[in-house]
Design a protein around this ligand. Structure first.
Ligand code: NFS
Length: 648
């Protein structure tokens, strides 16, 4: 059994893992001790897509030199590429089904059919309407919103042409996509075609399979995810910098604790409204509590943090541990990244686990289905259930004291304002500071936690190394939450952890060296920020010219692979840690790691050591700086007044 400190670098997590062990409660950590990863599956050398197998095709000494093929003759390249492609299809489907739910709620809201929802950001509504080619002159907002909702919904079922947001990418990028035939046509179409092409006996050329995987991933980044982010911003407000707090210490012993866990921000938004209802507050006091404490978990936490400053209880590997405090009266889950193990833990305490999506139930949990037509009512019903459950706490409550303040809310729009001011909003100051070398480059560090590596450790080691080397970090998802806990999301962190150039820029603007941009669907904000840097000029004419890199050092979900792949296909060097799912085939791996650079000017890499991975990113950034002719700038000495006078 590993030492606790090998399980997590976070004190609260370590304390609660110990508590779980003492009380013999099964968690992801204890289950991982007994369940070792399958050595064949880990490198994806296994095919189980038809009833003649499963065919196991591991590399073995005794079969060296022999072709590794399944009973149908499928080569190891086909098998590995198919497995990889299917994961991307699942990841894309997840983000896009989330998006569909958001669009449908948006459309119902525009038509006045929902309860509690409204259009909060009319400026963004008009901007996005223009992107969709909608006439806005002299038309009422309601009409524009309805047309936008209908057009956004049509993106899912489109059969031909290209997704509307494709044209937000630099022209040169669009040409590369056209050249390889990977411009996404319709979101659902790409996922369906991916599933078809990886069915038994269809596409059996690994490079061809991977091209469709690329088109599918692009339908996520420049389709489903981007639509989600934009319409969520219109409905709930585009994030602006906001103060929040993170870690299990945000739970309160004397309050009714509700954790909203999952991904779609629809119910969470209504819970925020309901938690401020004076009647419900009164009810909580009557039940013996001092108030209602709404907190978030995983990407739902990021959504309500970004827009309302709601405290975050923690990231992916902390979900079961939160219940082990004995202080959680109710946890809601909707879709994605929710462990079935939650129910078992909930049963050890008084906690009610409530599933809320019509697409996801958990055996044993209470199901209260959320529909936007009666959104606020459902949120109130759930809060009442939490309040009624408060007196049922039957175990001593143990809440670790760890809680850290942080600043979040860095949407693309906010970054432009912060950099350029309200009237000159632009990326010019960022581009200038990159050109003059104060900022070496920009890195997107995103993604999950994975129980196979030390919780949060790789995120923090990588990000500290990057900012120390003057690389500005943009972050989302569980990576952002790891940064929050480690104190990297405060303006003061610039002075403590960043290199002198980056620190100087951060201190001048008053921003942290690591910018929290939201949930995983908000990785689309990073694409848009990168496109804005290209548009601003001076750093090349394609995303692949920028001194930028991406990483997900603790990834585990299929969504992370979809995200990584759309970054690669958008021209970004992207490095993953922990494990890599094409190791079964050297050819497939070489294709993604090397040949993709020739094709898409962006490529994958795999490196388990987060500091080494950070240096792969820095090397790539330096390579791009050199190509842009701005590599010399970094050697320049910045003279202060005293030095200038000395010169005179
Ligand atoms: Ni994204 Fe990973 Fe899940 Fe969010 Fe966290 S695990 S891919 S970061 S919560 S989606």
């Amino acid at each position: 059994m590993p030492e606790e400190k090998e399980r997590s670098i976070d004190g609260a997590t370590v304390e609660l893992i110990k508590k779980a062990e003492r009380e013999n409660i099964s968690t992801v950590f204890s289950r991982a001790d007994v369940m070792k990863p399958c050595p064949i599956g880990v490198e994806e050398s296994c095919c189980k897509i038809c009833g003649m197998g499963p065919c196991r095709l591991p590399r073995s000494k005794k079969d060296e030199g022999k072709a590794r093929v399944g009973v149908c003759g499928a080569t190891i390249e086909t098998v590995v590429a198919r497995n990889f492609a299917r994961k991307i299809a699942a990841g894309t489907a997840s983000h896009s089904d989330h998006a569909r739910e958001v669009v449908s709620t948006f459309l119902k809201t525009a038509r006045g059919e929902t309860m509690g929802f409204s259009i909060k950001d009319e400026i963004k509504l008009l901007e996005v309407a223009l992107d969709f080619g909608i006439e806005i002159e002299g038309r009422p907002m309601k009409e524009i919103a309805i047309e936008l909702g209908e057009k956004a919904l049509a993106e899912f079922g489109k059969q031909d042409g290209e997704l509307v947001y494709v044209k937000k990418a630099p022209l040169k990028r669009q040409e590369i996509w056209k050249k390889y035939g990977v411009t996404p046509r319709g979101i659902d179409r790409e996922v369906v075609e991916m599933m078809h092409r990886t069915h038994m006996g269809v596409d059996q050329d690994y490079k061809h399979i991977l091209l469709q995987a690329t088109r599918t991933a692009l339908a996520d980044g420049w389709g489903g995810s981007m639509i989600s982010t934009d319409l969520q911003d219109i409905m709930f407000g585009t994030p602006v910098p906001v103060l929040g707090a993170i870690n299990l210490g945000v739970l309160k012993e004397d309050q009714v604790n509700i954790i909203v866990h999952g991904h779609e921000p629809l119910l969470p938004e209504m819970l925020v409204v309901a938690s401020r209802d004076p009647e419900l507050k009164q009810m909580a006091i009557k039940a013996g509590a001092t108030g209602i404490n709404l907190t978030g978990m995983c990407c739902s936490a990021n959504e309500v943090l970004m827009r309302h400053g709601i405290p975050s209880a923690g990231n992916f590997l902390q979900q079961e541990l939160a219940l082990i405090t004995g202080a959680v009266d109710l946890m809601t889950v909707d879709v994605q990244c929710q462990m079935q193990g939650l129910q078992g833990v909930a049963e050890c305490f008084h906690t009610k686990l409530v599933t809320t999506s019509d697409r996801a139930m958990i055996e044993g949990a209470t199901h209260i289905e959320f529909h936007p037509e009666k959104g606020l009512d459902t949120a109130k019903q759930i809060l009442k259930m939490a309040i009624e459950n408060y007196p049922n706490r039957r175990h001593a409550v143990y809440i670790p004291s760890h809680s850290q303040d942080m600043v979040a809310g860095f949407s693309h729009e906010t970054i432009t304002y912060l950099l350029g001011g309200l009237f000159r909003a632009s990326y010019r100051p960022l581009n200038d500071n990159i050109a003059n070398g104060r900022i070496r480059g920009v890195a997107g560090v995103v993604g999950c936690n994975n129980v196979r590596t030390t919780h949060d450790a790789a995120h923090i080691a990588m990000i500290k190394e990057l900012i120390k080397n003057d690389v500005l970090v943009l972050t989302t998802g569980c990576a952002a939450m790891a940064c929050g806990k480690a104190g990297l999301l405060t303006p003061e962190a610039a002075k403590e952890f960043a290199g002198s150039g980056l620190a100087e820029v951060c201190e001048t603007i008053g921003i942290p060296p690591v910018l929290h941009m939201g949930a995983c669907v908000d990785n689309s904000r990073i694409l848009i920020a990168a496109a804005a840097m290209v548009k601003e000029g001076g750093l090349g004419d394609d995303l692949s010219d920028l001194p930028v890199a991406g990483a997900a050092p603790e990834w585990m979900s299929e969504k992370a692979l979809a995200i990584g792949h759309y970054f690669v296909a958008s021209g970004v060097f992207t490095v993953f840690g922990t494990t890599w799912p094409t190791m079964g085939s050297e050819k497939v791996t070489k294709h993604l790691f090397e040949e993709y650079e020739e094709m898409f000017k962006g490529m994958w890499a795999f490196e388990m050591d987060p500091v080494k991975a950070a240096h792969l990113m820095i090397d790539h950034i330096d390579k791009k700086r050199k190509a842009l002719g701005i590599d010399k700038a970094r050697d320049r000495v910045l003279y202060d007044m005293a030095m200038r006078r000395a010169l005179d």
